[in-house]
Design a protein around this ligand. Structure first.
Ligand code: AGP
Length: 612
């Protein structure tokens, strides 16, 4: 949820820290701060701590009046868990000689705080308790900073990604993680720290991803990693895949519009080398399952949160269509991890996560692995924790998704899971005449998405402007259009703050129809197909109660007397809901801009939910 940066080297630390925090601002942005230390040549260094409530720009303003040439420092952008967004609660937190930034939650902070009577607490945060605990070991000189951190972490319960510095030794940063990501950038005569590799792009292409239970002591030209039990860890240097262009707006006003418009290319990257139209087949190397193992799968468990959950629901409908004798259960990770659910032995679990760091999804993964079930990741962030802990996996390769509202990841996650389903069906000997239509349409989707975006953007922008005064919305769909309606409702609610909820069309008469009045508008997904007539009847039920309906359809003959219609002429039938979802994405975007709200960093949210 929050962002961490650190720098030690020959350059100006403040410069990297601020630029890094701006890269990570999408991860959490209710307050921010940095501390740098001036080396006093063996004497106690001089710390400059600057913190500000709100956006990084507020911190930048304060920094402009406190420029330093210090060569070491750490920084943090916060998504509040304990204590309101404020300067006092902003990180870094000071305790004696040390300064600490922390992502995660220290669950036993109250108990620990009771014993830290020598520290004068200024904030309401669990993070300051951790800083005070580290200092309680460090202040008498009995422990090095690294060993003081280790002693404190052995007492703390919960999740953390931390970076700590001391004015007594302004040449080293100590970092550690358990449940919240940290990556070490290996530079030339400099070492960089970040909670997300995107902050390192443009500074280095070489990174070491810290694992849970590891502590690293870094200087400008050394990196020493060990476990909390002091076992040395050999650092694995990996290449950072992203490039600068991928994390900048590329001429768009918002990351969200850029990422919506990137979908033809991002889906093409997901499909690259995996679809064989001539043979009517797909091939996924990553899951690492043999033909026999694929053939023996009887149950698919799909786990995710938010948009990832919706992508799993949608993929599940398709997989049931073409794979015989298989049950598909898609679950919300934060619920499933506490259920006492039995998972049949012949199951495989798909763990879906754009960031690969979502705490609930990660916890679910670990529970499922304990039951000996094979886990396959459907992940975007290369090297992320989930990607490294699953048994096998398929990266969706959509590039960094910066906007909090997930768009291109949804499309690629859903299709990647459909392709995984196709590999099961192929192994089970399902006739190619059944599978070929799916493969053919998947291959056409990038171009179809491009054509649809061009076709619908202007009409959707106009319609959205007409509906931006509404505070309530009902999204409707049947079959594969139902999870798509759920995803559309989430998009609208999370960036425009409209109370949007999705219902299966068939459920309307079981209750939700009572909601229909002038406070609501309805967005109805109406794909061609055998359920079309039923959906038309459902729409008429809503019209009869004065519904304000926006219909999205690929049936050019649609002629119901609704308020607005968005027609999709691109000839995609099976995956029409994927194209309809583009309309929902653009509708949410233009409703939000019409309302003058913050598109990429909506209130109360953050891009990667690394706390439970
Ligand atoms: C989607 O727009 C939201 N930002 C949120 O629901 C997100 O999908 C969810 O937190 C899961 O994130 P993940 O894919 O990174 O695990």
């Amino acid at each position: 949820m929050c962002g961490i940066v650190g720098y030690v080297g020959e350059k100006n630390a403040q410069d990297f820290l601020i630029s890094g925090l701006k890269r990570l601002e999408y991860r959490g942005y209710d307050s921010a701060g940095i501390v740098t230390i001036k080396d006093a040549g063996g004497e106690k260094g001089e710390a400059t701590l600057i913190r500000a409530k709100g956006k990084i720009s507020n911190l930048e303003e304060k920094l402009a009046k406190n420029k330093r040439e210090d060569k070491i420092g750490i920084g943090h952008t916060r998504w509040a868990t304990h204590g309101e967004p404020s300067e006092t609660n902003a990180h870094p937190h000071q305790a004696g000689y040390i300064y600490l930034v922390h992502n995660g939650i220290i669950e036993n902070y109250k108990e620990l705080k009771e014993h830290l009577t020598e520290h004068e607490f200024k904030s309401e945060t669990d993070s300051e308790v951790l800083a005070a605990l580290i200092n309680s070991f460090y202040k008498d000189g009995k422990y090095s900073l690294t060993d003081a951190v280790v002693q404190a972490l052995k007492l703390a319960k919960g999740t953390y990604g931390i970076a700590a510095v001391s004015v007594l030794n302004p040449a080293e940063i100590v970092v550690a993680r358990s449940g919240s990501p940290l990556v070490i950038g290996v530079g030339h005569d400099e070492t960089l720290i970040a909670s997300d590799a995107s902050a390192l792009v443009g500074h280095t292409k070489r990174a070491i991803y810290l694992n849970d239970g590891e502590v690293a002591t870094v200087t400008r030209n050394s990196i020493e990693i060990k476990t909390l039990n002091a076992e040395p860890v050999s650092a694995k240097v990996e290449e950072i895949e992203t490039n600068l262009a991928a994390i900048q707006k590329g001429g768009y006003e918002h990351f969200l519009l850029k990422e919506i418009m990137e979908q033809p290319n991002s889906l093409a990257e997901t499909l690259r080398g995996r679809v064989n139209v001539a043979e009517g087949s797909v091939r996924l190397g990553g899951p690492g399952l043999t033909e026999t193992e694929l053939r023996n799968i009887r149950h698919l468990l799909i786990v995710g949160c938010g948009t990832a959950y919706h992508a799993g629901l949608l993929a599940g409908y398709y997989i049931e269509q073409f794979t015989p004798e298989i049950t598909v259960e898609t679950v919300i990770a934060s619920e499933y991890r506490y259920r006492q659910a039995y998972i049949p032995r012949d199951s495989v679990a798909l763990i879906v996560s754009q960031s690969g760091e979502t705490a609930d999804t990660l916890a679910c993964l670990r529970e499922i692995k304990k039951q000996g079930i094979r886990t396959i990741g459907i992940v975007n962030a290369i090297g992320s924790t989930i990607a490294r802990e699953v048994d096998g996996g398929t990266y969706v390769h959509v590039g960094p998704e910066i906007s909090v509202a997930s768009t291109k990841a949804f499309t690629s996650q859903a299709i990647a899971m459909v392709m995984f389903g196709l590999t099961i069906a192929q192994a089970k000997g399902v006739k190619s005449s059944i599978l070929r239509p799916y493969v053919n349409e998947i291959a056409k989707l990038p171009e179809a998405i491009s054509a649809t975006l061009k076709e619908v953007e202007e009409p959707v922008k106009e319609i959205a402007a007409k509906y931006c005064k509404y505070e309530h919305a009902i999204y409707l769909g049947r079959d594969t259009a139902y999870p798509t309606a759920m995803e559309g409702a989430l998009k609208l609610k999370e960036i425009s703050y409209v109370d949007a909820n999705a219902y299966a069309f068939g459920e309307l008469k079981h209750g939700p129809l009572a909601l229909v009045d002038d406070r609501f508008f309805e967005l109805a997904l109406v794909p061609k197909g055998e359920l079309y007539d039923k959906v038309v009847s459902n729409i008429q039920e809503v019209l009869a109660r004065g519904g304000h309906i926006v219909a999205v359809t690929n049936n050019l003959g649609f002629d119901l007397d609704v308020e607005n219609v968005v027609k999709i002429t691109t000839n995609i039938e099976i995956f029409a809901p994927i194209l309809m979802n583009l309309v929902s994405q653009l509708f949410a975007y233009y409703m939000t801009t019409a309302k003058g709200l913050n598109v990429d960093q909506p209130r109360n949210l953050a891009k990667s939910v690394t706390v439970e």
